[in-house]
Structures are given as C-alpha cells and as structure tokens.
Design a protein around this ligand. Structure first.
Ligand SMILES: [Zn+2]
Length: 164
C-alpha cells in the first residue's frame, strides 16, 4: 500500500505542475460580473444552481469537447436559453451547422449577449456572455453565413433548449 501510494505521488506531482503551467493563463480570466444585482451570485451559490460541467463553462469560461453536446444536432423549432439564468439567447431560426462540433448561430436575440475580447489562445478572440447573469457562452467570429456574417460558437452546456 505504501509503495503504491508513493508511486502514485511520484506520478501525480510532475503531472500537476505541468497542468498548473498550462492552466495558468486561464486563471487570469473569470466570468463576467452581472450588472443585475439579483444575478451577482457567489461561487457557492452558482455551484448549487449548476451542474459541475455547466459551472465550468458558464463561470470559469471553460469549453466543452467538440461534438459532445446533443444540442449540436438539435433541429427543432424553439428557443435556446441561458443555462445560468434562463434568459432567451438564440432562436432556432438562426441556428446552422457550422461543422465545428459546437452549436452555432448567425445571430443572437437583441440585447441578450455582451462581448469582450479575450487572449486565452494568445490571438485575440471575442468572448460573449449572457447579458443578464454574465455567464460565459462562447466566442463570436466573422466567418458565419449571411445575412450577418457572424458565427456564434456556443457551448451546449451553457444552453437550455425549449422546443416550441
Ligand atoms: Zn444568463
């Protein structure tokens, strides 16, 4: 047992320090604060409201694995809501298959998302989050289809779909 433990520790320590170095730039960014008093919840409050996976995306600006969300293939008519506060963010009419493996939209519901620039991958990207609770949703790019030319690349875990 002791032998097993020490061997495990031996493996764990270098792995953890590598992880720390890699994950360091991510710690610089936190999810956006909400301007709405009632949605300025503490970490603990968010943790009780959300699954650990959704917490990682919405509150720590995480990114889910490509093709991991069932919403990627969601083709029904309806509305995509913020998984944090339930605010409607996207209409199914603006959803399209971008081939990236993440639910993609060419437009958001007016006023539902705010943006900021992040440098997580060194190259600046435009992060966007729910305008009500500040929860991170994804990144928006300029290679989307007409009429807007935008591609809102969204984490499925940050959304809740309600069919019409
Ligand atoms: Zn929200």
């Amino acid at each position: 047992m002791t032998q097993f433990l020490s061997r495990r520790t031996f493996i764990l320590i270098p792995t953890m320090s590598i992880f720390k170095i890699i994950s360091k730039p991510m710690e610089v960014l936190a999810s956006s604060f909400s301007s709405k008093e009632e949605w300025n919840l503490s970490k603990e409050e968010w943790k009780t409201r959300l699954s650990s996976e959704s917490y990682y995306i919405l509150r720590e600006e995480g990114t889910e694995r490509a093709f991991s969300s069932q919403l990627n293939n969601e083709k029904r008519k309806g509305v995509f809501h913020c998984a944090g506060c339930n605010q409607p963010l996207f209409l199914s009419d603006t959803k399209y298959d971008s081939g990236t493996g993440w639910p993609s939209f060419w437009d958001s519901i007016k006023g539902s998302v705010d943006t900021k620039v992040d440098f997580k991958l060194i190259v600046p990207r435009t992060e966007y989050h729910c305008s009500r609770c500040g929860g991170h949703q994804g990144h928006v790019f300029n290679d989307g289809p007409k009429p807007t030319g935008k591609r809102y690349c969204n984490n499925g875990l940050a959304l809740k779909f309600i069919a019409e």
